[in-house]
Design a protein around this ligand. Sequence first.
Ligand code: PRX
Length: 633
Amino acid sequence: MTLQIKSLEQYNDVYKRSIEDPEGFWAEQGETFKWRKKWDKTLEWDFRKPDIKWFLGGKLNITENCLDRHLETRGDQVAIIWEPNNPDAPVKKYTYKELHAEVCKAANGLKAMGIGKGDRVCFYMPMVPELAIGILACARVGAIHSVVFAGFSATALADRIKDATCKVVICSDYNNRGAKNIPVKTVVDEAMTMGCDSIETVLVHRNTGGVVEWNSDLDQWWHEVIDNQSTDCEAEEMDAEDMLFILYTSGSTGKPKGVVHTCGGYMVYTTFSFKNVFQYNDGDIYWCTADIGWITGHSYIVYGPLAAGATTIMFEGIPTYPDAGRFWQVCEKHKVNQFYTAPTAIRALMAKGDQYVEGHDLSDLKTLGSVGEPINEEAWSWYNKKIGKGNCPIVDTWWQTETGGILITPLPNITDTKPCYASYPMPGIQPVLLDSDGNLVEGNNVEGLLAVKFPWPSMLRTTYGDHQRCKNTYFAMFDNHYFTGDGARRDEDGRYRIIGRVDDVINVSGHRMGTAEVENAINEHPNVVESAVVGYPHDIKGQGIYAYVIINQVVEDVDAFRKEVIKVVRREIGPIAKPDIIQIVSGLPKTRSGKIMRRILRKVASSDTSNLGDVSTLLNPEVVQEIIDNALV
Ligand code: PRX
């Protein structure tokens, strides 16, 4: 059984032990799983390469841990509750037995399509059960899944398919999202015209039954390939360090990179953190509102909860459909005990008014979670008071796509909670604050750059196809440390408060985006010469996107031009990256070496021009005043 910490004293003891003897500690956690062959060595690591290996020589299949091993003890327990977009449509429930059967069928279907160990399979699907079933089926046959959030554009999808040379892409016909019926397959069809030569099959799940164009060279129906397959499928034996999945995420430079997670360590850490962070107990109903297109969905809708034998809810819809009470209606309907969502959703619902909460019975809630961005005090207090009724601890969980699991968080009813603070490190996690020269910032009541000095089992191993990039991005900034890209503060009691990114990454509604990526998209507009994108404080989204653009030819209709720019960004990345504000400028403030002074642009976008510092050394100091005078905030 996974260790579940129950008291502050125990947390302190376990934490101490996990730091003094990390290998012994994680070996004990590892032993609670089903291995085909036990590992020979618990850990080998060298951050300088980086080369990180956990449970070396261990053989397993993660789906035997998420499914098979529960069959005897909890085969008839519900594993997944699927709540549809339309509140009146039927809920689907899969027991562990049923889920096992569905995953085996899908795994046999993948095999029939020629998919096996090491092949890459891309998913571009809404939140339907087949997405969870599909990724587990990949893991069953040893294929590597790469889930692409279904809000990304055809261009973004094609880029990811090509980077991972996927053999198959699995999609739905349409996506039910609020009042919309969004075509999904047409996006895949378009991506297929963009040089995705590695794709042999487009497997289409019939979701809404809407009309789709059919390309008989590539397309096959999910139901035709999978429905008649056997419900038994021997799981492929995987090495602990074999790849489990790739998940693309944005950085400060270039195109999104494929973060790679491996089987053994990821399983151990996501299960351990799930059990402890949510204090999940048998019989509880757990709901994480994330999309499986992001890491939160991978680790805390699918793998962590299922490996822990939990009942996990998958929600197809959005928080505001049919109205802003939907989350609370679903909590009441399924008697949810642990609820995990993003600050942007909390802020949006808070703004709609308390009337949407009132009248819903939320008395089954025990723990509330927050993830993805800093949660401001007002939203924290509303969540605490209106949703938790003052007696559900809020776990403000800090982590990243790269960390695979939650690293810094309160533990409910064990450690205390404080608004805006992700608080304390999980067992086995050794965070440090560094100054920009890499010196350790010691003591409490200090600020610095957040790094981690010792490996943990679910950390990324590489970035797909480009190990050097992994090294440069995370391990080159500070010798022998993993650098997170975040700045943090440590308070007088040692709690961590995440301040935000210190690189050119912005966080819009909990979605992580590289400013360079958005700029590259904007620059595709034929009349744009150059652009600079920064984040600015936004009441609901946390950060909004502010774009400064230099144009080639004067435009008569500025609004029409803005619409065109937005259209280009939607085409290149997707609607989540569309700028909120577009300001046309005659120049961008640059240093003499030609580097854009984003610091100035960020200040203007935040309406904070009181202290711009010395701009006289810029190449073009005169543009600063022009930019301030025409600012749109
Ligand atoms: O800046 C931090 C912010 O989200 C970044 C990671 O984004 P992503 O890889 O998309 O993963 C999001 C879900 C795990 C971090 O570098 N972030 C995440 N959680 C928090 C947070 N910022 C403040 N508080 C958090 N709890």
